[in-house]
Design a protein around this ligand. Structure first.
Ligand SMILES: [Zn+2]
Length: 313
């Protein structure tokens, strides 16, 4: 029996209420869960209830004002952290669990497994001192900083394939020399950052802006010729994927033309660099594409688990 793929998910993530008509809605996670429960390898998935990040852990990457500000806004009931980022009274606790799911994912990687994080709210737009773009806490940056605190991890690389630039992740890690960040994103586009001249204080950031309408083939070429060499040069001990699925051609918010298979392709390629991946959900707003892409990515992680077990059998 092959070891399972670990999925970190909590039903509480559905209770982060962004209001009617908001694209970052609970149905996004329902679509992911539904696709994985119905797929033909569902018996090889092990669902784990994630822990909550502590305020101390959040303070590694965010100011106390940021953390307290979100807490206060949520305690006062429904509110807006920025024009795009509504919260409800439960959102602060849920965001701590969303961040905790990514931390638990790091712990799973350290045990020699891969992990898929299905959580919301997402994180890559949350800066050191600012919530924006549906994001409260920067889950990917937090998990990278947490990984670096482990003895066996000296370098971490975050690859952000969400269609938007992860301004929050970049803001937090750009002056940390042992964390590398590479992003392919539609440009010019929300949030406006992510030009090629933004390279981090230690040349630890690579931004690859692409125009609206970019084809699957052109995207793959950039991935092969720019993303993979950057990661290979960084020689990371851990590879974290900010996995938004909004570069899919079906996505209603963006204009890039990836197919579902492209996400499986990238996952396979990244696994050839590092066998154990931490893949965490960021954006992605077409429910059908979300379900298909989660299944495709999980399928790659499951296949490699089997291959690994086969080799050692
Ligand atoms: Zn996005």
């Amino acid at each position: 029996m092959a070891s399972p793929l670990f999925i970190f998910y909590s039903h509480h993530f559905l209770d982060h209420d962004t209001g009617p008509g908001h694209p970052e809605q609970p149905d996004r996670l329902r679509a992911c869960v539904d696709a994985l429960e119905k797929c033909d390898f569902s018996d090889q998935l092990e669902w784990k209830y994630p822990r909550y990040a502590t305020e101390e852990e959040l303070s590694w990457i965010h100011t106390v004002q940021h953390i307290e500000g979100i807490k206060r806004t949520c305690e006062s009931g429904d509110g807006l952290l920025d024009v795009d980022t509504p919260v409800c009274s439960l959102s602060y606790e849920i965001a701590k669990q969303s961040a905790g799911a990514w931390l638990a994912g790091v712990e799973e990687i350290l045990r020699g497994n891969s992990a898929l994080i299905l959580s919301r709210p997402p994180g890559h737009h949350a800066e050191i001192n600012k919530s924006m773009g549906f994001c409260l806490f920067s889950n990917a940056a937090l998990s990278a900083v947490y990984a670096l605190k482990q003895n066996e991890i000296n370098r971490v690389c975050i690859f952000d394939w969400d269609v938007h630039h992860g301004n929050g992740t970049q803001d937090i890690i750009q002056n940390i020399p042992d964390i590398y960040y590479v992003s392919i994103h539609q440009f010019p586009f929300y949030p406006g950052t992510g030009s090629q001249i933004e390279t981090g204080e230690h040349n630890n950031v690579l931004n690859i802006p692409i125009p609206a309408g970019t084809s699957s083939q052109d995207y793959r070429n950039l991935f092969d010729k720019s993303v993979i060499p950057f990661i290979l040069k960084a020689t990371p001990d851990m590879l974290i994927i900010s996995a938004g699925f909004d570069a899919h051609r079906r996505d209603p918010l963006a204009d890039i033309n990836l197919e579902t298979e492209d996400f499986a392709y990238m996952t396979r390629s990244l696994q050839s660099i590092h066998p154990h991946l931490l893949i965490g959900l960021e954006g992605g707003y077409d429910l059908q594409a979300l379900g298909e892409c989660c299944k495709a990515v999980a399928g790659v992680l499951i296949d490699s688990t089997k291959a690994k077990m086969g080799k050692h059998a």
